[in-house]
Design a protein around this ligand. Structure first.
Ligand code: PRT
Ligand code: ZN
Length: 216
């Protein structure tokens, strides 16, 4: 019987802000991913790999559990989920900041003045850690989407959310007060790759680093 080929299982965001950058990077690495018709899993023809298309939030857990071997995902998601994975490489796309934003006109002279306020966020783990490090006592109110409207409807005094151009904050009469994390897409891996999969990962990493070098 033919031996089953072991493939490197690569998790990529199915759709959203990181999909295009991740697919482009794979292509630049010489990995041809056949155009998918909305499939969850696609095999690559010219590299022993298969691509798993997932929601970004699920990628750290799937990589930790060994459902995927590696994943392309935002560092913000990796740090928030706090799973047992390691960051192998920063990838240079998907750049954004996780920042505390305040209503226009509120201008605390120092971050200590944030004490006692209520902050709406989808990033409670990262925010909590930052508040603790800075000895600030604030209330965290977790919401999963449209965080930027929370101050206007009286749900919170401030928000902690991802910012890139700043236009979402601007149109909600908020401004970026304090950056708590600078994020970009990263490559993560789990801890128990087979010998063959580790070999494939080393090949891919070598190519990723060559692509990055060629860009600078
Ligand atoms: O469906 P799935 O769960 O996979 O996707 P998602 O909707 O959760 O994530 P998606 O595609 O929005 O973002 C994926 C990743 O892109 C994030 O985890 C970040 O690592 C990165 N990224 C980079 C951003 C942004 N820039 C960004 N601007 N993610 C979100 N935003 C949002 C932000 O939350 C806010 O609503 O864009 C708005 C602010 O943008 P500006 O330009 O108005 O400042
Ligand atoms: Zn998501």
């Amino acid at each position: 019987a033919p031996r089953k080929v072991e493939k490197l299982r690569i998790a990529v965001q199915k759709s959203g802000r990181l999909n295009e950058g991740s697919m482009k990077l794979l292509k630049e690495c010489g990995i041809d991913v056949p155009a998918g018709n909305n499939q969850l899993k696609i095999s690559v023809d010219n590299f022993d790999a298969e691509i798993l298309f997932l929601r970004d939030d699920d990628i750290p857990e799937y990589v930790q559990d060994g459902v995927a071997d590696i994943g392309f995902v935002g560092e913000n998601v990796v740090l928030e989920k706090n799973k047992d994975t390691k960051i192998l490489e920063r990838l240079g796309y998907g750049k954004c900041r996780l920042s505390i934003a305040l209503p226009k006109g509120k201008k605390p002279k120092s971050i200590q003045e944030l004490d006692g306020i209520k902050i709406a966020t989808s990033y409670p783990f990262i925010l909590k850690k930052w508040l603790k490090q800075n000895k600030i006592n604030a209330d965290i109110h977790v919401i999963s989407g449209s965080v930027e409207i929370a101050p206007r409807i009286g749900l919170a005094d401030a928000i902690c959310d991802l910012v890139s151009s700043g236009s979402t904050l601007f149109s909600n009469e908020l401004y970026e007060y304090q950056i708590i994390l600078k994020s970009e897409a990263v490559l993560i891996s789990g801890n128990n790759l087979s010998k063959r999969r580790q070999e494939l990962l080393d090949q891919l990493l070598f190519r990723i680093r060559s692509v990055k070098k060629a860009k600078y």
